[in-house]
Design a protein. Structure first.
Length: 171
């Protein structure tokens, strides 16, 4: 983490792999700055350690990727003010920094993610106002069990596009 080494890993839920720079580590989750397949930085993700497979440190093609990022003028983003001490803290603090948060529950819904504005977090659940892939806000709150969350994302290009088109809930 301190050396800012590009890593690559797989997870049992994903067909492909994930690449990025570790920015912080908590007891169950770690935070990375995502490097997209297009070799651009694309937001942040929090992953559970227990889901990581085939970890490469550094990533196999790290020199090429790092050179491309450098030539494009892209630097490793600063760590956002997100606390990783628990899933509750990840959700609450990311909601203060980013307008939209994406949660994944890959064990119970492998092909679905839930994107929205976090309205509250209790000991066992998170409540969101969700925004659909058409950038239209859903009516009401949807709650999800914290135990089911396998990944949290925020600050990416897709979330940015949704909020640009959809605005804030009720707007």
């Amino acid at each position: 983490m301190r050396r800012k080494v590009l890593i690559k890993f797989n997870r049992p839920f994903d067909a492909g792999s994930t690449e990025g720079y570790v920015l912080d580590a908590g007891p169950e989750f770690f935070l990375i700055a995502n490097v997209a397949d297009t070799i651009h930085f694309d937001g942040f993700s929090c992953f559970r350690y227990k889901d990581v497979r085939k970890l490469q440190v550094p990533a196999k093609f790290a020199p090429f990727i790092e050179d491309a990022l450098k030539k494009r003028g892209e630097r490793v983003p600063r760590k956002p003010k997100v606390k990783l001490s628990s899933i509750n803290d990840i959700l609450l603090t990311s909601a203060h920094v980013f307008p939209l948060v994406t949660i994944h529950r890959e064990r119970v819904a492998p092909d679905v993610c839930h994107i929205g504005q976090i309205e509250g977090v209790s000991k066992s659940k998170v409540a969101l106002v969700e925004i659909g892939p058409d950038a239209i806000w859903e009516d009401g709150l949807t709650t999800y069990s914290l135990k089911e969350i396998t990944q949290v994302q925020f600050g990416g290009a897709y979330e940015e596009a949704l909020i640009l088109v959809g605005g804030k809930p009720g707007s």
